[in-house]
Design a protein around this ligand. Structure first.
Ligand code: C2E
Ligand code: MG
Ligand code: MG
Length: 588
């Protein structure tokens, strides 16, 4: 089915129309009958005018006082001698004295309710409409039904073709518009662009700031996109934070790039949501018709592939489709499929990296780091597959496995005679936002019997920064379990540090980007010194990540950081290798 092009405008005005819908839409003027008109004269009116079904009876001031319908008057006069009996009577003597009288400003919804409450007879006979108490017109139940049906149809059309949150066309209408664009463009020498738009890190915002915040953000974003394009272009929402734009009537790819660059610029401008200034970025992928594909499905796939490539290259940009992108798409699909079975097929394992306490020169803990040995893809880095696990929700099951496996390993080491080491586990924001997160952690502690003081959860700065009630409550509840909390990759997230004072945090892990080659980069030394003095003031413990060389280590020592972790001591290794390493170097 091809939809009329102007339907968008029609739907846009639908809301205001619906609000204004009153009985005015149903008016059907019929000359009223005066209350002192004779019965026979009125009977003649009905006989002469076959279309006349019901008429209002009005008094001298034109106010309605009754109703007469064809059925009633013919029924009276069809009886033998009725004419002789009634001919002197006035219409006021035999009229229906209980008509339904409606003010002209009544809404259709209210009218429907009144008519239904007063009985079906009025639906059939019709009702009288007044303005300022004076007869204005008649209206019929038939017209009312028709109006209601049409309205329902419009509503159904809207529900089926528009996204309820943003009011933008949905996937169905988008596909129709796309098809139309192909057909229209075939008739010209022009081109059109299909642009896939994906908000960067929306899932994170949605999970951390709450869904009503996320909804408002999407509505704002939809407005932004719509403001960037012309009236006959299309902006649609496919679902979640996935939007598409069809830019019509372009001369070539430069046109598309110009518009896309301005969209990106527009998106970067801050938005005010619940009085908070939010800055978002987006990744956009462009496919051109007919250059890149001549089918709607192909265009969609290629714009999506271009967008995915932008994400891979670091987001916040746009790219025009190129054949080389297909490879990246295929890899992602493959990774997703493979990851779904990775847990069941025992392809995941944990590696451990020691953490050293500098003053005592002893191993004080280990960080558990996830590894995936995929038979198809080989060894996949967590930096690559954790985002996929987060997008697909698989992180919940994987995260549970990590926690249980690390606790199991901890108790195994104790049995083997190793001293109790602190074991640090990385927690994704998606896991942390689960309602039952604390109960889950408590469950694992109970099941595995780990002494909670040796369990440390690593949370990211961004996650903790979202100072919502839920975050604070969860942190307090976790702390009450007796476990330790660390902030991972410290220094790479938000710059506001005030939260450290309010939150029950034990340790800061200074991000490795400040530590590596620290000796030769004075700015990094200054940052590390500032972090350490701030941490000291707040009574926090600190660990420097990414200590690769002796020079790094010496520099860190001079800044009085308590603990270190990095390749200089050991790379993350499997449990048994860690045991060997520990026997050799751990007890130095
Ligand atoms: P992270 O938690 O910051 O972990 C430290 C990363 O730095 C690890 O990378 C580790 O191998 C690497 N690293 C340690 N010392 C050095 C060093 O001296 N030099 C250099 N260049 N790198 C060093 P890995 O294992 O590839 O993990 C990457 C990230 O993946 C982790 O960063 C963490 O955010 C995430 N991740 C790993 N395991 C898990 C997990 O079980 N759950 C979750 N949610 N995320 C995980
Ligand atoms: Mg970590
Ligand atoms: Mg880290």
């Amino acid at each position: 089915m091809t939809l009329p092009v102007n339907i968008h405008d029609e739907i846009e005005s639908l809301d205001s129309q619906e609000q204004a819908a009153t009985v005015k839409l149903l008016l059907h003027y019929i000359e009223p009958i005066s209350i002192d008109e004779g019965c026979l004269a009125v009977l003649n009116r009905f006989i002469e005018n076959e279309a006349l079904f019901t008429a209002a009876i009005v008094d001298n001031s034109n106010a309605p006082v009754g109703l007469m319908d064809r059925g009633r008057i013919t029924e009276i006069f069809v009886k033998p001698f009725a004419r002789e009996f009634h001919h002197r009577k006035l219409i006021g003597d035999i009229m229906d004295t209980n008509p339904v009288i409606i003010d002209i400003h009544t809404s259709i919804d209210d009218l429907a309710k009144i008519i239904i409450d007063s009985g079906m007879r009025h639906m059939v006979n019709g009702f009288i409409i007044v303005q300022n108490g004076v007869y204005a017109s008649m209206a019929t139940g038939h017209a009312l039904l028709e109006e209601i049906t049409q309205r329902k149809q419009r509503e159904l059309y809207f529900l089926a073709h528009y996204d309820q949150l943003t009011g933008l066309p949905n996937r169905l209408l988008f596909k129709d518009r796309l098809l139309q664009s192909c057909q229209n463009t075939n008739r010209t020498a022009k081109t059109f662009a299909l642009i896939f738009v994906d908000l960067d890190r929306f899932k994170f915002i949605n999970d951390t700031m709450g869904h009503s915040f996320g909804d408002l953000l999407l509505i704002n974003f939809a407005h932004k996109l719509t403001a960037c394009v012309r009236k006959n272009d299309t902006v649609a929402r496919l679902g979640g934070d996935e939007f598409v734009i069809i830019l019509q009537n372009l001369h070539g790819s430069e046109d598309a790039q110009k518009v896309t660059a301005s969209i990106i610029e527009h998106i970067r401008q801050p938005m005010l949501i619940y009085n908070r200034e939010i800055r978002m970025t987006a990744s956009l992928g462009i496919a051109l018709y007919p250059q890149h594909d001549q089918t709607t499905e192909g265009l969609i796939r290629k714009a999506d592939a271009a967008m995915y490539e932008v994400k891979q290259q670091g987001r916040n940009n746009y790219l025009i489709y190129s054949d080389a992108f297909d490879q990246g798409m295929a890899e992602r699909m493959c990774m997703e499929t493979q990851l779904r079975t990775a847990l069941d097929n025992h392809e995941l394992s944990l590696f451990y990296q020691p953490q050293i306490h500098l003053a005592s020169n002893k191993v004080i803990g280990v960080e558990a780091l996830l590894r995936w040995h995929s038979p198809e893809l080989g060894l996949v880095s967590p930096a690559k597959f954790i985002p996929v696990a987060e997008e697909t929700g698989l992180i919940i099951a994987i995260g549970e496995w990590v926690l249980r496996e690390a606790c199991r390993q901890h108790s195994l080491w104790l049995q083997q005679g190793l001293p109790p080491l602190r074991i640090a586990i990385n927690i994704s924001a998606i896991q942390f936002r689960q309602k039952e997160f604390c109960a889950f952690i408590k469950g694992v502690i109970d099941d595995t019997g780990i002494d909670p003081q040796y369990l440390e959860l690593e949370l990211t700065e961004n996650l903790v920064m979202t100072n919502t009630k839920h975050t604070v409550e969860t942190l307090i509840e976790l702390r009450a379990l007796g476990i330790k909390l660390a902030i991972d990759d410290f220094g790479t997230g938000y710059s506001s540090l005030s939260y450290l004072r309010n939150f029950p945090i034990d340790r800061i892990k200074i991000d490795q980007s400040f530590i590596r080659n620290i000796k030769t980069i004075p700015a990094n030394q200054a940052i590390v010194r500032a972090i350490i003095s701030m941490g000291d003031n707040l009574g926090l413990e600190m660990i420097a990540e990414g200590v690769e060389t002796l020079a790094d280590l010496e520099c860190i020592k001079s800044h009085h950081c308590q603990e270190v972790q990095g390749f200089h001591f050991s790379k993350p290794v499997p449990a048994n290798e860690f045991e060997h390493w520990y026997q050799q170097f751990g007890k130095i």
